[in-house]
Ligand binder design. Structure first.
Ligand SMILES: Cc1cc2nc3c(=O)[nH]c(=O)nc-3n(C[C@H](O)[C@H](O)[C@H](O)COP(=O)(O)OP(=O)(O)OC[C@H]3O[C@@H](n4cnc5c(N)ncnc54)[C@H](O)[C@@H]3O)c2cc1C
Length: 387
């Protein structure tokens, strides 16, 4: 069993994404230092995803614990909450517009901006770039020996895997692997400044067009770019076998348009008007409700613990909530091992319901009559909320 006084412990966080950064910061707020080891040579969070809505009971709760709620509120976009839902003919199922000046519970921020906010608040030297974890070896007393690709070895009392979908630490706790969700995406980018009519169609938030087990999902970002995710129900190797020439973007876009040949013009325009960045992606998930047998000196947060498809909009929020729950548990318990167990028990409960919602939404959004089914779900949720 581990002993008291966390300030003397060597704590390593693997991964400098939103989860790892939030964890290090909240620990620091409680006088507990930790080192974040990030495989990339520098911060590249801005390149890894677009606008995120930050929920009150998770992402915002963590920002509050990190002392960053006010600075966040000063830069978050409260106007990014419009939502429009179509089928392929352009038939409108939902058209929700946030009122000017209305403060909804889900303000938006770009991933890069969020991570900059966290990074700027961390004590200098907290994060080490160019440290890719190659192997972690569990020792008998709960300590771990960490081996990095750059040749450095570290011995730590607690190692936390905040290293995302394909975590190197997860195999020390469970045999579960990230499995392909059945969805493949192609990410495109469109500049609203060059296409004001498309910007007006998109409004200030998200557009979902769903039909024929596929979708065009568009999302306005803070920099005026719209990220478009063309989403396909497909075999795992489809992106490799479909013949789309992803390395020749102009040609690839023509090929992609063929998959949406009879979709309404404003929807096809998302492809026609996008620039020449075309990024194929597969969507992976961990088994819903994953748990592991607790082991001393090691745990996981964020995608490493409960990777799910993006259709509950919870990934970043959960990573940040995990960070807050774990940091607070460490600060409150004298015994590090008891702190980890308390965190894990709580995390299993809230993350499994999000993972289930995400999986249910995935099935619904790519089902027959998806637009109509999704509207029915929203109506149900609104009715529940109104009670
Ligand atoms: C297309 C798409 C859209 C999404 N949209 C949303 C959304 O709208 N809202 C939302 O809340 N979530 C969304 N998500 C999910 C969200 O991006 C993730 O849930 C979130 O980033 C998880 O944060 P994390 O800190 O756990 O892991 P990550 O953000 O994946 O960070 C992991 C970090 O670990 C580093 N790392 C990995 N391996 C190693 C290693 N061996 N050694 C050292 N460092 C390592 C990586 O470089 C990275 O910096 C989306 C995901 C996808 C794919």
């Amino acid at each position: 069993m581990m002993t008291t006084n966390q300030t003397n412990k060597q704590i390593a966080i693997i991964g400098g994404g939103p989860g790892g950064l939030t964890l290090a910061l909240i620990l620091q707020k409680h006088g507990i230092s930790a080192t974040v080891y990030e495989r990339e040579a520098q911060n590249i969070n801005a390149q890894r995803g677009g606008s995120l809505d930050i929920h009150e009971d998770s992402g915002q709760m963590a920002l509050k614990e990190a002392g960053l709620l006010e600075p966040f509120e000063a830069i978050a976009r409260y106007e990014g909450e419009d939502f429009r839902l179509f089928d392929k003919t352009g038939n409108v199922y939902m058209d929700e517009r946030a009122e000017d000046g209305e403060k909804g519970g889900r303000p938006e921020i770009d991933r890069g901006t969020l991570c900059d906010l966290l990074l700027n608040a961390l004590q200098p030297g907290t994060i080490r770039y160019g440290y890719k974890l190659a192997e972690a070896i569990a020792l008998e007393d709960g300590q771990h020996e960490l081996h990095f690709d750059n040749g450095v070895k570290e011995m730590v009392d607690l190692v936390i895997g905040a290293d995302g979908a394909f975590s190197k630490l997860r195999p020390l706790l469970t045999d579960a692997k990230a499995i392909y969700s059945g969805l493949s995406m192609v990410e495109l980018h469109m500049d609203t400044k060059e296409h004001p009519d498309q910007a007006a169609f998109n409004a200030r938030g998200k557009v979902f067009a769903l039909d024929e087990h596929k979708g065009i999902l568009a999302q306005l970002n803070g920099d005026g770019m719209i990220k478009v995710y063309l989403t396909f129900t497909a075999e795992q190797d489809w992106l490799d076998t479909c013949g789309i020439t992803f390395d020749q973007p102009k040609e690839a876009k023509k090929q992609l348009l063929e998959y949406f040949g009879d979709w309404a013009a404003p929807l096809r325009n998302y492809i026609l008007r996008s620039n020449d960045i075309v990024l194929p992606r597969r969507i992976y998930m961990l088994p819903v409700g994953l748990k592991w047998e607790h082991k001393p000196g090691i745990t996981l947060i964020g995608d490493a613990a409960h990777l799910m498809s993006p259709f509950a909009g919870e990934g970043v929020n959960l990573a940040m909530r995990d960070a807050a729950e774990l940091a607070l548990a460490i600060a409150r318990h004298d015994d590090l091992d008891q702190a980890i167990q308390a965190y894990e028990e709580k995390m299993y409960e809230y993350s499994s319901s999000s993972a289930k919602a995400s999986d249910d939404n995935l099935k619904l959004m790519f089902s027959e009559n998806a637009a109509s089914n999704l509207k029915a779900l929203f109506d149900e949720l609104h009715a529940e909320y109104a009670q």
